[in-house]
Structure formats: C-alpha cells, structure tokens
Design a protein around this ligand. Structure first.
Ligand SMILES: *Cc1c(COP(=O)(O)O)cnc(C)c1O
Length: 401
C-alpha cells in the first residue's frame, strides 16, 4: 500500500474465513427500496428464500431465519429444544466449539465437553463411548461444529449420526455449519441432523447479519415441552408466520434480497461444482503451504477443511506480525489465531466467491508477506499451487473441446 495515500487501488483481498467477499451481484440485489414487510411483494420474497434455503441445507422441514449473527442461531438452537439443567454432550474441536459450550453454561445447561488438542475433527468413537455410558439418557443433545473455523478441521457428521445410533441414544444432534454451508457438502435430512445452525457471511457470500436454524421433526416435537426461556428466538411464532411467507417481527428485508440472489447463484453454479471448487482451492493452498516448508495445523488429512487452511508458524515467529506485514504491503487480510492459538497460527480463508486467480493472488500475498516479515520459508509455494490448478483445469478444458 502506498505511503501518504488515502486510496488503495484494486480490491482488498478478504481472505479470512468469514466474512467473505460479497459478489457484485449480491450487492446489486440488496440495493433496492425496503418494502412493506406485511405486503404481497414481501410475501413472494419470504416464500422464495424460505423454500430456497431448504435446497441449501438439504432438508424438507422448516428453516428459521434470524436477523442476527451466527451466535444468535446457536442460542436459538439451545433455547428452543432444551430445558434448564439438561446435559449436553459437546465436542471441543476448537475455539468456536468452546464458545458454544460457554453459551450452554450461561443459559443454565450442563455441558459435558469431550476435550481435544484442536488438531482434528470430532472423534465419533469417543461420542459413541460416552453415550453408551449414559444408560439413563440424561444427555439431551450432542452438539458438533461441522467446520471448526479456528483450526481448519472438519467433523464427519454422517459418522457422528452413526455413532449416536450405534449407542442407541435418543439425544438430539445439533450441528454448527456456519463456515461450511455452501462450501462443503452438507445434508441435514440424510445425515439425520435435528437442528442445523448456519450463518450468512461465510459460504453464502452475504454480508453479516442473518443466521439460520434448520429444524427437523424430532426437534420440533421436543421443543413443545422444552423449558428454557425464549421469546425473540422462539421457533414457534416464526414457523407459524413463515407458513405464509411472513415474519413475526421486522425481518432484515434487504439481506433477504441478497439471500435470494445467493441461493440462485449457488444453484446456477451447481452445489456439486461449488463444493469441488472449494476442494480444489483447499488442495492448492495446502500444496503452497508444503511448498513453503510450513506445517498445516490440521493433523488428520481426512479432516482437512475445504473452506480454510490454518498454518502453523515456525518456532519463535509471531503470526500476527506477519499478518500485519501482508496487510500493509499487499492489502490482504488473513485470519488471526484465536484464543490459545493467538500468534501461533494464521488462517487462509478460501471460501465463498473465490476463483483460481483469486486464490493464486492470495497465496502470492502470503508468500511475499512471509519474505517481507522475515519468516523462514522456502520459495515456490505459489508455483506448486499454480501447477496443481493448471493440471486440475486441463480435464475440464479437454471435456469442453
Ligand atoms: C463465524 C462462526 C461462528 C460465529 O458466528 P458470528 O456470526 O460471528 O456470531 C460460529 N461458529 C462457527 C463455526 C463460525 O465459523
């Protein structure tokens, strides 16, 4: 970035794992007059987004939309389905799982945490073993973060479902997909999830401000007798109003225009293609990291995240000093290490509206930033990523010809 200048040319590289860059199409879709949220035009918009979201969560039941950040939807999931003192089994995949657990405590629940070193996804066997011990079925819910944004590790929700079934346990399964929805394959119904929590500002490419609960039949039935206090977050009134495309209180109308556009964009590209693109950019990023001679924080290749990669700094090197250099010189924002990982790792976000050249540009910013910050590394990470992307592009080129 030039010194003594109040303007930076070109687009900022927002390579954090959310919020992600908002596409021009979505910005334009929002640039509309706010309409009467009790009128017929709104009703069409409401129905469109409420139906459309089901195709993204892959569920037949309702998806509740809140004008809130993802944290609000976490609270909604717990407050609607649980009662004071209920035991919930949560898995310590990292910082976000810890925040959700702390919230459960504050709400008067009794979370039990399966601990980990934050370098892998949730272990379904550990969940199964704990549930088998709970013969009295005191545990009312199992909560897992699908994509742990603080570590770049994914949990395999289909296997968590199988673990719960193998234990013959009736607990609800609640899953946080805030940084995976629209980036990594997810199937609410097929995987037998009871409540899925989502957010707007990551894979859906929207600005922050919306979050979601996809709610299955079993969760709806349990909610009828659940006793935690809830008002703003209550599913009941929302779902009743949503049946006609309306909301019980003023919705974030302009963000709903954006949401309608986002759903269209995901389907125009095709969800399978969206997931494959994220897989490809994640693999390119990992090749770059190995090319630099640095370590990928996620220890288990089967758990690698396709929406972000966390990178361990060499001993004695401060990740935030490097991030600052990259921002100052190349106008790129990289994710910081959260809580106990502060200064030790940085995170490269590669989710949302990202193409091959965006990721190559971002990786170039990282490679040059490492050099300018004096972090010991090898050159050639970007080249390794380019070689991979070039090879990955050629079958598509052949097929098109
Ligand atoms: C971003 C994120 C959150 C928090 O969402 P906010 O919108 O910041 O409230 C929770 N869980 C995961 C996995 C996230 O990535």
């Amino acid at each position: 970035m030039a010194k003594n200048s109040s303007r930076t040319a070109g687009r900022h590289f927002l390579q954090i794992p959310g919020p992600t860059p908002v596409p021009d199409r979505i910005l334009r879709a929002m640039d509309m007059p706010t309409i009467d949220h009790r009128g017929p035009e709104f009703q069409r918009l409401g129905k469109r987004v409420l139906e459309g979201l089901k195709t993204i969560f892959k569920c037949a039941g309702p998806v509740v939309i809140y004008p809130a950040s993802g944290t609000g939807a976490w609270e909604a999931a717990l407050a609607n389905a649980l009662s004071p003192g209920d035991r919930v089994l949560m898995y310590e995949t990292g910082h976000f799982a810890t925040l959700w657990k702390n919230m459960a405590t504050k709400l008067g629940l009794a979370p039990e945490f399966i601990s980990s070193d934050w370098r892998a996804g949730a272990d379904p066997k550990a969940i199964e073993a704990r549930l088998k011990e709970d013969a009295a079925h005191a545990i009312k819910a199992v909560c897992v973060v699908h994509n742990e944004t603080s570590t770049g590790c994914v949990s395999h929700i289909d296997q968590v479902r199988k673990a719960i079934d193998a234990a013959g346990h009736p607990a609800l399964l609640m899953v946080d997909t805030i940084s995976s929805l629209g980036s990594i394959d997810y199937r609410h119904d097929e995987w037998g999830v009871d409540v899925t929590v989502g957010g707007s500002q990551k894979g859906l490419m929207l600005p922050p401000g919306l979050s979601f609960n996809a709610v299955g039949d079993k969760a709806l039935a349990v909610a009828k007798n659940a006793k935690l206090p809830r008002s703003f977050w209550s599913w009941e009134e929302m779902i009743a109003n949503n049946r006609n495309g309306f909301f019980p209180y003023t919705p974030a109308t302009n963000l709903l225009y954006a949401l309608a556009e986002s759903i269209d964009m995901l389907h125009e590209e095709g969800l399978e293609n969206v997931f494959a693109r994220h897989d490809r950019h994640a693999e390119a990023t990992r090749r770059a990291v190995r090319g630099w001679g640095l370590e990928i924080w996620c220890r288990e290749p089967k758990d690698y995240s396709s929406s972000l990669t966390a990178v361990l700094m060499p001993d004695g090197q401060d990740a935030d000093r490097f991030r600052k250099a990259a921002l100052e010189h190349f106008d790129i924002s990289l994710g910081t290490g959260l809580s106990k990982l502060g200064g030790k790792i940085f995170r490269i976000g590669h989710l949302g509206d990202i193409n091959d050249l965006t990721i190559v540009g971002a990786l170039a910013g990282v490679e040059m930033g490492l050099a300018l910050a004096g972090v010991p590394h090898r050159k050639g990470g970007v080249q390794a990523a380019m070689d991979y992307l070039e090879a990955a592009a050629s079958p598509a080129r052949a097929a098109a010809e």
